[in-house]
Design a protein around this ligand. Structure first.
Ligand code: DX5
Ligand code: ZN
Length: 215
């Protein structure tokens, strides 16, 4: 599996150094959580921060938009240096139009589903996206417990893609650590996001490597 440390749990005063640290420790992608205080109750980072940390690594920036109107902000995050932009199917922007807008900027699009949204909700978009992100906690905050009952959604999406000959990555986000990565791997996950699990770990390279192997 690929491992995408979530900067939500890093030291915000040292974000550039934190990015360099996880890059050196073996991260595959850098996950950046964007929250608007409406779609989720929390407020986090915007395009100015994404652009400020962009020079600190060459790793792909995986920007997770937890905002009501993602379509209105695609240009800003594209200009800031996003490589992958995922947005919620539950947001208020038109899904197909937002995917097209992301692609028009040369960025890989992804759709995210909250825990209460069924896997089937994304099926009509599977041929249009690079990644599906299955939330394994309610979006909004780091440090929550992994929702094991989300894993059947991962398997269902992977099976639907296989049936249709589509190669779409499935990513999980929330509560991932060495303790939960094994189950994620077993369900068919391709990319694990981990915030607390990595940034609060005493041995970052070992934790990243354990998550990657799903052990
Ligand atoms: C939550 C965010 C996550 C968060 C995960 O809404 O989307 O990316 O950082 O944090 P942990 O790994 O601590 O559950
Ligand atoms: Zn996230």
């Amino acid at each position: 599996m690929k491992v995408a440390p979530s900067l939500l749990s890093c030291n915000f005063a040292k974000m550039g150094e934190e990015v360099q640290k996880v890059d050196k420790a073996g991260a595959d992608w850098i996950h950046l959580d964007v929250m608007d205080g409406h779609f989720v109750p929390n407020l986090t980072i915007g395009p100015a921060i994404v652009s400020a940390v962009r020079p600190y690594t060459k790793l792909p920036f995986d920007v997770h938009l937890m905002i009501d109107y993602p379509l209105d902000y695609i240009d800003s995050f594209a200009d800031a240096g996003a490589d992958i932009i995922t947005f919620h199917i539950e947001s208020k922007s038109d899904t197909a139009q937002t995917i097209e807008k992301i692609k028009s900027r040369g960025i890989k699009p992804g759709l995210v589903i909250k825990p209460k949204t069924p896997a089937e909700a994304v099926y009509e978009y599977l041929d249009k996206v690079y990644v599906i992100l299955v939330m394994t906690v309610e979006p909004g905050f780091g440090g929550q417990s992994f929702m094991w009952d989300m894993l059947p959604k991962v398997t269902a999406i992977k099976e639907e893609c296989a049936k249709r000959g589509l190669e779409v990555l499935v990513e999980v986000d929330g509560g991932i650590s060495e303790k939960t990565a094994g189950a994620a791997a077993g369900a068919g996950v391709d990319v694990c996001v981990s915030g607390t699990g990595i940034f609060k770990s005493k041995d970052m390279p070992a934790t990243i490597s354990a998550i990657r192997k799903g052990i």
